[in-house]
Design a protein around this ligand. Structure first.
Ligand code: SF4
Length: 233
């Protein structure tokens, strides 16, 4: 039988620069390969699946060694799209948990079938809602809805907005979140200038978006990517 491996772009330690755990020291495992092509993607290299193959045991050993050296308590599985490698995640998770690491999954929120097979292994699910204006017009409302239903208690949402985002699609993302629960953490992330091909939205758009989200949800924050400001990965 063929050995289980996944293409790993990099393993490194840094500060989390987005979302609910912003500022927390984490080890990051970046899978290569993605099922989407977002306009604001700042990891185009990670969309290319040509990277070093590792087994789950090899990856877990490297993560644990780095976490101990850097005193990190959590590992973020990111990409690319980590759920393309859900079997690998399931296989690596027991060793990571035994080492005391919280397992965070950073995902584009589309692969709901794969999530349902892996959700029990994750402690935190950082899920994007992808707006059609950022994905070449493709809409994933049904997939996002099913994804949110798979592990609502562990999930927080991030949606990236750009100069091309329409308020109508942003409102649809908020309405999806409301259908889960009013208190689900919801981060509005303006696209970062100079990363990817997208430009940030206007101040007027941001205010309209924030106001709508805050009317419907109780845990809304505007949070731009912090790691470029801190000068870290
Ligand atoms: S889902 Fe993430 S890695 Fe994939 S294209 Fe979009 S931003 Fe890039």
């Amino acid at each position: 039988m063929k050995e289980l491996t996944a293409p790993i772009a990099e393993i490194f330690c840094s500060l989390q620069g987005e979302g609910l755990y912003c500022g927390q020291k984490q080890v990051f495992l970046r899978f290569a390969g993605c099922n989407l092509a977002c306009v604001y993607c700042d990891e185009p290299a990670a969309r290319d699946a040509a990277a070093s193959p590792m087994t789950p045991a090899e990856a877990a050993r490297a993560i644990i060694k780095l976490a101990r050296a850097k005193k990190a308590r959590a590992v973020s599985l990111t990409g690319g799209e980590p759920l393309l490698h859900w079997r690998f995640i399931k296989a690596a998770a027991p060793a990571l948990k035994k080492a005391g690491l919280a397992l965070h999954l950073e995902t584009n929120g589309v692969l709901y079938r794969e999530l349902s097979k892996t959700a029990s292994a994750a402690d935190v699910i950082a899920m994007d809602i992808k707006l059609p204006s950022s994905t070449g017009g493709r809409a994933f409302w049904a997939e996002h809805g099913k994804f949110l239903a798979a592990a609502p208690g562990k999930t927080f949402i991030k949606t990236v907005v750009t100069s091309r985002t329409k308020l109508s699609e942003f409102k649809k993302a908020v309405d999806l979140a409301v259908a889960v629960r009013r208190g689900i953490p919801f981060f509005i992330q303006p696209a970062t200038a100079g990363r990817g091909k997208a430009r940030p939205p206007s101040a007027g758009f941001m205010e309209g978006a924030r106001r709508y989200a805050a009317l419907k949800l109780s845990a809304v924050k505007v949070l731009p990517q912090q790691h470029p400001l801190w000068g870290v990965k």
